[in-house]
Design a protein around this ligand. Sequence first.
Ligand code: DGJ
Length: 750
Amino acid sequence: MPKHLILDAAIIATLVLPAATAATQEAIHYTPATHVFRIDTPAVTYAMGVNPAGELQAIYWGAPLAPADPIPTPVEPHELSGMETSTTITPYEYRAWGGLNFTEPAVKITFPDGNRDLVLHYVSHKIDRDGPGRDKLIITTKDISRDVFVDLIYTVDPATGVIGRSSVISNHTKEKLTIEQASSATWNLPHGTDYTLSYLTGRWAAEMQLQQQKIADGTTVLESRRGSTGQQNNPWFAITRLAPGASTPSPDEEFGEVWFGALAWSGSWRINVERNQVHDIRVTGGYNPFDFAYPLAPGGSLSTPVFYAGYSGHGIGEASRIFHRFQIANILPQRPTPRLRPVIYNSWEATEFAVDEPGQAALAEKAASIGVERFIMDDGWFGQRSSDHLGLGDWYVNKQKFPNGLKPLIDKVHALNMDFGLWVEPEMVNSNSDLYRAHPDWILNMTGRPRSEGRNQLMLNLARKDVRAYVFNFLDKILTDNDIAFLKWDYNRQWSEPGWPELGPDPEKQKTVYVEYIRNLYSILAELRAKHPKVEIQSCSSGGGRVDLGILGFTDEVWPSDNTDPFDRLSIQDGFTYAYTPQVMTAWVTDSPGSRPTGVTSTAYRFLVSMQGGLGVGSNLNHWTEADFATAKNLIAAYKTIRQTVQQGSLYRIISPRNGSEQSATESVSLDQRQAVLFVFLHTTSLNYPYPRVYLRGLDPAKQYRVTPIYGSLKKDTPETASGDYWMHHGLDPDLTGDFKAAAFKFEVQ
Ligand code: DGJ
């Protein structure tokens, strides 16, 4: 059996067992004699220790080591020469800017007397046992002379080996100091020259594009300076070690060692990937230091976001699966068993701002007839909102469009056996709105400077107490007054002129807006969820501009992109799944032709693309034919039989849609390996070549699986039933020719 299958089965075993038996071991250990800390899980060992100089030094991070394997006290490397002392190349666990440090510091502070030197030494530690294997380690470090303390916090998920790191910087001096840079963690990899960095870039309507580049000497900076996560870079990375002698990463997703991680933060962030002069690889991430300052009064402290990271010995495919499982069990608000995503209908692409009661009711009837479970009314229902130029901020129901309020529509939706969802964009305001006219001081701005608009709107300063109260109260009222199951929480511009004049002219104080805004955002979401526990929330930001592990702690799903062209969507979804679970990946079937003539992609093709995530429909159902309704009804019914596998199973990216590939394919396997689903897409046929043979992965080799088509067919000589080994090693041939064709098959244990 291939090795990756054995390990996958081991991870599955830990997931299907009750938590108490999954890991009865203590995961974090400290050996006083060597001053070494070890984190051990079935899939990962992580070790660091206190070196003779009193500083924390990384030792090992990778495949699990035997408990008895020697891990001695770390020693600083030999000096390269007097010109290059050992401290310049020591793999520090969390290094301040001070002393002889030239690598990216994790923390930088300026004191009122002008001193900017900070050198952190180990002071003490404690290990909290939060349940079987769920240990938390807090290491307290302190500057060599001043009462500045930095606590380094480590948590570990025993089932996946994903470690969470963050820090708390505390001022115990008698004077104010200013933090200028605050990272969550530095991750050290074994030194080497054979690494490839994967990361995700994009733009509006083209999010989550996978980039891969060899890591060379120097620094690659992944970041957002936009006040929020952003579409241009996502706060996720993966680093693959090349096979010996190889110059590019293995095209086989199941091969090779991979270190990966993501920041749980929805504000400006930065991840630096460095290779230094002796080929040490370090990844440092946290708050973006650009335009950043956080003054700390005596007794004050600042905590950083959590930077999660994991290790896979079996390729980037397994790295994704580990991270997907981690997110489902540890991050999402309904963790560890989030509800499956319902099939939704969303009105945006059908009606845009022209929503009204009869129009939405007619769409709801049609949506219900094909098996939709949740009807969501998008933008346009409130204030004077007839376009994106006005009304944002005025959260009262528009009486021309809904003369009797929202209740009649909501009742209608319920009578059709669906629940009701509503679009809101709480953090924004149009300058043409009652709210802005009443409170022009509530927005991010710098006194006397222009107030630049994006999508004709300005940003409310959510860091302000009064703005936070306004936003919470109007959302609370909407949810109290109406029977609403879901909020689509939109956010359609990035920050500019991010001043906070209310705090006075001190620029350092004003810069705390980068932290306080996001904290208030999270606290509003948390309070709303606590008060309205049945309400689910989607994070949308002009598509996928706010997808990160921070917002995913409070939202049940995300909207990956405003680009709903089904072919374009294949590469967006492909990139998305490198970092995030399909459980949160909403995908709509729409009328969008994208760059292709309308009609080139069939209704079934569109459905099969969207059925790889949380299925939704956004088409104008008033324009559908009888045949479209019949196809939709069949495929939605089929989706309901496979959605648990698709949303929460193990995803295998079988053929990538990237780099002009003529085909693409994904497979999802249920955690108990009793069901698998295969989606295959033919983008174009050139020179009449057959579709490549597809080899399934992750099945139980000895079990018999029966294949049934969800849509399309296999070549005639394909057996109906065969062993897992057969489907994985003999493979199967989809019967597809032409351009923009798709098929899907279900495999079930007999
Ligand atoms: C941007 C979102 O991504 C769309 O889905 C839609 O909700 C519009 N905003 C509404 O203004």
